[in-house]
Design a binder for this molecule. Structure first.
Ligand code: LLP
Length: 433
């Protein structure tokens, strides 16, 4: 039997997919998304505690993705009107949607009231006033979580740290602002503070930071019970569970993160004689990150003898900004040369007019030719969702694979799409003409 020289992904030939849909292309393995979601849900169910797993849709939001999230029984974290709008278009149950954001606009909050979403995660004082006004305008009560920054420095890239005091997100504990916000919120008749929220950062491997955050939260909850008779029926511990991009990454199985959180919540609640709250989490990356690959076509190569060989692909920081923005590392293979020996070390360059547009430095590959297909692994989170129009490259298409069938779920943008909001300029007639 002939052994295929092609990469198989989710049971499909990646090279054929590239041919069928063109490149750059995002391809998701839907079974992997489901498997990741189920790992979280099963872990909570094993512990027998009340929970919600909210998919952080910023990692990858599209109607098809949210349909899958809905089907898997996930809740949803949205941070903008656009993400909320997408959720409504996907018929996502409003009561399972949570709205985030450090600068929610009046319109965004109003939309949350109109759709009657599950809860708003309150981030700052400015927002409290708007929410209060909206409860009166709509004659509606609203459930909120109070976002606190617990003062935890998790070990990750600075740009994706969020739990330290010096952060734009949430109310910090140290200066007493969180407590002040709580007082203000519980004085409002139509605002129901159902609990607290904390998110310490993203792409975190160790459980210690999460455990520390739980401790800090419960220290505070104990004080708040004693001072204000406040009880949190929900403690939302955010997302941030790391995934494997390259051999250097060593994440834990997803159920271990759940285990660490649940056991610490139980321990803290028991020790302080507080009722066990519902535990909510908001994973994004760990649900979709390792469920997708990006396919590119190799074009030009440039060999600088003794220095480096650049191999350029037909995408780059326009479809995956992470390497340029965070020096994020990825692994890739030449999808049409899977059985060929690796003969050279090359660096994969993007197509954007920017020296920093390098997707991978120093990748071992077989001898490549233009027209070959490069497959980059684990691009499912913050890839398509952070894609941009730099150099006016249209955004890629997205394909879902399930049970041996491919489904186009986001069409490739056209040049027409790129200019559809541009209007011609009526050049003013000056006295010189
Ligand atoms: N909850 C909150 C409040 C968040 O801010 C985030 C991510 C999440 C949940 C989901 O975190 P995850 O499980 O995906 O780590 N663009 C960056 C990541 C930014 C994360 C922003 N917040 C990247 O590409 O690495």
């Amino acid at each position: 039997m002939e052994i295929s020289n092609h990469l198989m992904f989710a049971g499909m030939d990646a090279v054929e997919l590239a041919k069928k849909y063109g490149t750059p292309l995002y391809v998701y393995d839907v079974n992997k998304i489901r498997e990741n979601a189920r790992s979280f849900i099963d872990a909570f169910q094993k512990w027998g505690v009340p929970f919600q797993v909210a998919y952080a849709s910023k990692a990858f939001s599209s109607i098809a993705m949210l349909q899958v999230a809905r089907q898997e029984g996930l809740s949803l974290d949205v941070v903008s009107e656009g993400e909320l709008y997408t959720a409504m278009k996907a018929d996502f149950p409003a009561e399972r949607i949570h709205l985030h954001g450090n600068n929610k606009s009046y319109d965004e909050l109003n939309m949350a009231f109109e759709y009657q979403i599950g809860c708003i995660v309150v981030d700052n004082f400015y927002e409290i006033d708007m929410i209060s006004h909206l409860t009166r305008k709509h004659g509606q009560k609203v459930k909120v979580l109070l976002r606190i920054t617990p003062g935890i420095e998790a070990h990750t890239h600075d740009y994706i740290l969020t739990g330290q005091e010096d952060s734009k997100f949430g109310f910090d504990l140290l200066s007493g602002q969180a407590e002040q916000a709580l007082r203000q919120l519980i004085d409002e008749n139509d605002i129901d503070v159902i609990g607290v929220h904390s998110h310490i950062g993203s792409q975190i491997f160790e459980t210690a930071g999460f455990v520390k955050a739980v401790q800090k939260i419960f220290e505070e909850l104990e004080k708040w019970r004693d001072r204000y008779h406040f009880t949190a029926s929900v403690v939302n511990l955010g997302g941030g569970f790391g995934i494997k991009y390259t051999e250097e990454d060593d994440p834990k199985p997803l159920d271990q993160y759940v285990g660490a959180l649940v056991s610490e919540v139980k321990h803290q609640a028991g020790k302080r004689n507080l009722p066990l709250p519902e535990i909510w989490i908001e994973p994004g990356r760990s649900i979709v990150g390792d469920a997708a690959i990006s396919l590119y076509t190799i074009g030009s190569t440039k060999n600088i003898p003794g220095l480096r060989k650049y191999v350029s692909v037909d995408g780059g920081m326009n479809d995956n900004l992470r390497p340029a923005l965070y020096q994020a590392k990825y692994h890739a293979v030449v999808a049409n040369r899977m059985n060929e020996p690796k003969t050279e070390t090359v660096s994969i360059a993007g197509k954007c007019c920017e020296s920093g547009d390098m997707l991978i430095w120093d990748l071992d590959v077989p001898t490549v030719q233009s027209g070959d297909i490069l497959a980059v692994f684990s691009t499912g989170a913050y890839g398509y969702s952070m894609a941009n129009h730099y150099n006016r490259f249209p955004k890629s298409a997205v394909v879902f694979i399930e049970d041996g069938k491919d489904h186009l779920v986001v069409q490739r943008e056209t040049y027409k799409d790129l200019v559809k909001n541009d209007l011609p300029y009526q050049i003013p007639q000056t006295s010189c003409n």
